[in-house]
Design a protein around this ligand. Structure first.
Ligand code: C5P
Length: 219
């Protein structure tokens, strides 16, 4: 009886990744993407308003962390992987919204590459797929949610990622339409579950969608 009460009163823990990663070529140059972090920060804010403990592992953004969030700033995919793994086992809900760079330069030069010595070709090596790693070690009580920004074959691509990464939910962003996805305050999403559910939301503000996503995954 007492065990049950402890579990029911336990504060839910939510782990969220957000923003882009930066993959450095030298001290003054990196490759990255236009992710603003807005979707992840909206999710973090919604988690706080539901009384959850929220760990937010964030790449560089210009956003302020919602009050109450435990913010961990990172730059590279490797740093993000370390910090996410630190928080993972204690988390009940894990939502990976970050736009992680899939590759990084093979060499991160210690000194600035001189203009006239800049290589005309460069070798890139794969970064770890952080979410794929989590999918393989998650336990049944954890809810694992990924995002998939797609420009074509939206649902098919998202479904493949849901299965490959062993997710409970994948949230497909259609970024082919105007004013959605990266940088925008709006998004257009379809939620797909491992149980073959499909829930579509039209063009909506990211804050509104964050509420809807939590409503669905916390059912
Ligand atoms: O395969 P794709 O990059 O489209 O998958 C998107 C999902 O996977 C997002 O939830 C993203 O945060 C996560 N991801 C990751 N590590 C990567 C690439 C993507 O965690 N290297």
């Amino acid at each position: 009886m007492s065990l049950l009460i402890v579990k029911m009163n336990k504060q839910m823990r939510c782990l969220i990744s957000a923003g882009p990663t930066r993959e450095w070529l030298d001290p003054v140059r990196f490759i990255s993407n236009p992710s603003s972090g807005k979707m992840g920060y909206s999710m973090a804010s919604e988690g706080i308003s539901r009384g959850m403990h929220v760990d937010l592992v964030s790449g560089p953004t210009s956003l302020e962390a919602p009050p109450g969030v435990f913010l961990v700033n990172v730059e590279t995919a490797l740093e993000m992987e370390n910090e996410v793994n630190e928080c993972f086992s204690g988390a009940d809900i894990i939502i990976m919204t970050a736009a992680v760079c899939d590759h990084r330069p093979e060499t991160n030069h210690q000194n600035k590459i001189k203009k006239d010595q800049f290589p005309s070709t460069m070798t890139f090596i794969p970064n770890p797929d952080i979410l794929l790693g989590l999918g393989h070690k998650k336990v049944d009580s954890q809810v694992l949610v990924g995002f998939a920004a797609e420009t074509e074959n939206h649902l098919e691509n998202a479904k493949n990622k849901l299965v490959e990464k062993k997710l409970d939910w994948i949230i497909m962003n259609d970024i082919s339409k105007e004013n959605t996805g990266f940088q925008s305050d709006f998004n257009r999403i379809t939620m797909l579950s491992a149980q073959n559910e499909s829930i579509e939301f039209g063009f909506e503000k990211k804050e509104f969608l964050a509420k809807k996503i939590f409503d669905v995954i916390c059912r």
